[in-house]
Design a protein around this ligand. Structure first.
Ligand code: 4NP
Length: 161
């Protein structure tokens, strides 16, 4: 089975310091564990106020306890990202609306997906909640959802390979 097909995935949230850089870290880990070659993974935010920052220390701490080292520097999504990535995966409905407004064409807009579409173990949830104003359990919930959905993404890639 060939795993050399190119998959370019951009995870998007609001600030690019909590959910999407964690999704990037979880997806990198699973891609490496599953031997998925040729997968490119990045993340961005719809808001640029944290550009250049490392992920939030609370998210880095929660992620490191599960073995994920988050080193991404925050950046704002741009229209050019629609040329660079073939899946743009958003965390919630507000992200979806904002990314959709940025899409340069209808064809480009078809590359936007909601993260929860890929989850198998959380059928009651429709979005990945923003943990920024939450306690540590909010960060743990985000990581639970991200692990579920990133496994779903990996399965989809393996099915297509
Ligand atoms: P994220 O969380 O979208 O998961 O990175 C947030 C980070 C920062 C802010 C909001 C949400 N903020 O308002 O600065």
């Amino acid at each position: 089975m060939s795993t050399s097909v190119k998959h370019k995935i951009l995870f998007v949230c609001l600030g690019n310091i909590c959910r999407s850089p964690a999704a990037e870290g979880v997806m990198r880990h699973i891609a490496s564990r599953e031997g998925l070659r040729g997968v490119e993974i990045d993340s961005a935010g719809t808001y640029g106020g944290h550009a250049g920052d490392l992920p939030d220390p609370r998210m880095r701490h929660a992620a490191s306890k599960r073995g994920y080292n988050l080193t991404h520097r925050a950046r704002r999504i741009t229209e050019e990202d629609f040329d660079r990535f073939d899946m743009i995966i958003v965390m919630d409905d507000m992200n979806y609306e904002n990314v959709h407004c940025l899409a340069p064409s209808r064809e480009a807009a078809r590359r936007i997906f909601r993260f929860m579409e890929f989850c198998r173990r959380h059928p009651d949830r429709t979005y990945v909640p923003d943990p920024y104003y939450e306690g540590h359990e909010g960060f743990e919930l985000v990581l639970d959802l991200l692990e579920d959905g990133c496994e779903g993404i990996a399965e989809q890639i393996l099915r297509k390979a």
